[in-house]
Design a binder for this molecule. Structure first.
Ligand code: RIB
Ligand code: CA
Length: 265
């Protein structure tokens, strides 16, 4: 079977980084058409830079990386340096990127790609606030029917929130965008905190990353050592929740997950 075509929309973020690394390391399963950066964990200049740092760490400097929206649709940007550090990728020491940022705006890339590719063959994988996706849908409503599936990390069902007692960060930052995406009519699979808080990087698992003894393994172990502080302190978790990699894992091995078809507004 040919690899599934995906666009990763992201606000790296250590967990975004692992999601991207897993996708780029799975060419038999996933064809990454492009990576679109959005403001979220840290401001856009950093998320677009971090996306390129991660592609170069993966040895995939030919990946197309685009910068998108630098603020939510209708409110001030809220960032999460308290979780991800000042750079958004605190933990490892990684070189500044040399690969180019594409000139085209991320929203235009999303629209053009969905129009150019056969209908129902492109999956959108939002890992941050939904601003880029919502702006694309508002600007080009015709793309909604062309999307194979949206597989996103966001929200919380029975789980408490992580940015307020009730709200999960990605949805909280741009709820107006979330409203547009959840109403667009495309098939949507959601990985809420109820799922991602079960995907914890315990110290044994982090040791396994480090024991890979590769630049990627060491970088991921260093990212996780930094990223886990917030959740350990807040929830007493046994390790860092790998929120965004649940999206990539679902695309590669869906039977790792179970869920229900429900209405979300
Ligand atoms: O709430 C977790 C989500 O917010 C993850 O996508 C993390 O990267 C942050 O963006
Ligand atoms: Ca993210």
């Amino acid at each position: 079977m040919s690899p599934r075509k995906i666009i990763i929309d992201t606000d790296p973020g250590q967990d975004d980084a692992v999601a991207i690394l897993l996708a780029l390391a799975s060419p038999d399963d996933l064809e990454v058409l492009g990576i679109t950066a959005v403001a979220g964990n840290v401001p856009l200049p950093l998320t677009q830079k971090n996306a390129r740092i991660i592609c170069e760490l993966a040895g995939k400097s030919d990946t197309l990386v685009f910068a998108g929206c630098d603020a939510p649709m209708a409110r001030k940007l809220v960032t999460a340096e308290h979780v991800h550090g000042k750079t958004g990728l605190d933990g490892p020491t990684l070189p500044d990127p040399t690969m180019p940022l594409q000139d085209e705006h991320a929203v235009d890339f999303i629209i053009e790609t969905l129009r150019a590719q056969d209908e129902g063959t492109v999956t959108l994988c939002p890992l941050g606030p939904l601003t880029n996706i919502a702006v694309a849908l508002n600007r080009a409503p015709d793309i909604a029917d062309r999307i194979q599936e949206i597989v996103l990390m966001g929200g919380a069902y029975f789980e408490v929130g992580n940015i307020t007692p009730a709200a999960e960060f990605n949805i909280y930052v741009d709820p107006e965008a979330a409203k547009v995406v959840f109403a667009c009519g495309a098939p949507i699979t959601v990985m809420p905190l109820d799922v991602t808080h079960k995907a914890l990087v315990t110290s044994e698992r982090n040791a396994a990353f480090r024991d890979l003894d590769t630049p990627v393994g060491r970088a991921v172990a260093d990212m996780t050592d930094f990223f886990e502080r917030f959740d350990k302190e807040k929830y007493g978790s046994a390790g860092a929740p790998l929120h965004d990699p649940c999206v990539t894992a679902y695309l590669i091995q869906p039977d790792l997950f179970s869920g229900r078809h429900i209405n979300v507004e």
